[in-house]
Design a protein around this ligand. Structure first.
Ligand code: F6P
Length: 333
């Protein structure tokens, strides 16, 4: 990119995540500090197709750092998946005089970013999703806050499960990824954690885990299930049939996506937003801002989308040792 950037757009797309507002604020304020105007595109890619925008000033992003959700609204746009929709989005960029767009969201958002960049609109992506499942970055904005929200809820559940000596099945978010489930499972001392990345053997992964936990002296059991594994209610029924307990099932759902971002999410979002604009200022675009060992890096969008991030399975072993006291290697790792 040789020409000087004068105006950029910023949007949030896909599932919202705590800290998205902090990223929007950082983009706007960094842009203005560099003499660049900033336009907020509402409702993600859908808003870009339908010219749904709002000018943003330093003041207009005041007092949003601590707010969950996104002031720009968000959407999952079917229309942007069509060529017609994308061409309309390019027309909006031309009409608004946008020299680039900062897109805040997850992998779906970045697939959209790649398509738009191929049509000549430079895009910089900022990873934000409570699933933490963006391959190119260690961390996505919103993950830590969502973990803490789930942990707080499960700690409360544990109190009543302990009193009644019951089994609890808790479903946390994560359609395709178990990061949230596994981190939360470790942090709440779960009996077992079921994730979509690992094929489940009900007898080995649930029934025997409960039996082992009983033998270790426990009288209540916490089964954490990632959404992508299947119905928590069904798992509850199967536990009932297999071990004769009467589990209580709780689906935490969208409560995990709300709430004020915590320190990590505010700080990371602010740095990522800053570096996103910085990429444009220094004449670069078409990249994703990522956290890796040692700091923040830029990764070309196409390459970023090819990267895979795997669950660190050693966390299972650590969880088992905490739960049963001995190293069974029960999960075959
Ligand atoms: O943003 C990611 C996520 O929260 C997933 O964990 C979940 O499967 C999905 O979004 C839910 O999406 P929606 O809000 O559209 O129901």
């Amino acid at each position: 990119m040789d020409k000087k950037i004068k105006r950029i757009g910023v949007l949030t797309s896909g599932g919202d995540a705590p800290g998205m507002n902090a990223a929007v604020r950082a983009v706007v304020r960094t842009a203005i500090a560099n003499g660049i105007e900033c336009v907020g595109i509402r409702r993600g890619w859908q808003g870009l197709i339908h010219s749904d925008f709002v000018p943003l000033s330093r003041e207009s992003v005041g007092h949003i750092l601590s707010r969950g959700g996104t002031i720009l609204y968000t959407a999952r746009s079917e229309e942007f998946m069509t060529e017609k929709g994308r061409l309309k989005a390019v027309s909006t960029c031309k009409m608004l005089g946008l020299d680039g767009v900062v897109a805040i969201g997850g992998d779906g958002t970045f697939r959209g970013a790649l398509e738009l960049s191929r049509l000549g609109v430079p895009v910089v992506g900022v990873p934000a999703t409570i699933d933490n499942d963006v391959g190119c970055t260690n961390y996505t904005i919103g993950f830590d806050t969502a973990c803490n929200t789930a942990i707080e809820c499960i700690d409360r559940l544990r109190d009543t499960m302990q009193s009644h000596e019951r089994c609890s099945v808790v479903e946390v978010m994560g359609r395709n990824a178990g990061f949230l489930a596994l981190y939360v499972g470790i942090a709440v001392g779960a009996t077992t954690v079921l994730v979509p990345e690992r094929p489940i053997d009900f007898q080995r992964d649930v029934v025997e885990r409960i039996q082992d936990s009983r033998l270790a002296g426990n009288t209540h059991f916490m089964i954490v299930v990632a959404e992508g594994v299947g119905s928590a209610v069904e798992i509850g029924k199967r536990i009932h049939d297999a071990v004769g307990m009467d589990p209580r099932v709780t689906v935490l759902g969208h409560i995990q996506r709300g709430g004020a971002p915590n320190a990590r999410d505010r700080e990371t979002a602010t740095r990522m937003g800053y570096y996103a604009v910085n990429a444009f200022v220094e004449g670069r675009g078409n990249c994703i801002i990522a956290t890796q060992e040692g700091g923040i890096v830029e990764i070309p969008i196409e390459e970023a989308l090819q990267r895979k991030k795997h669950l660190q399975m050693d966390r299972y072993r650590i969880m088992e040792i905490m739960q049963y006291g001995t190293k069974h290697n029960l999960f075959g790792i």
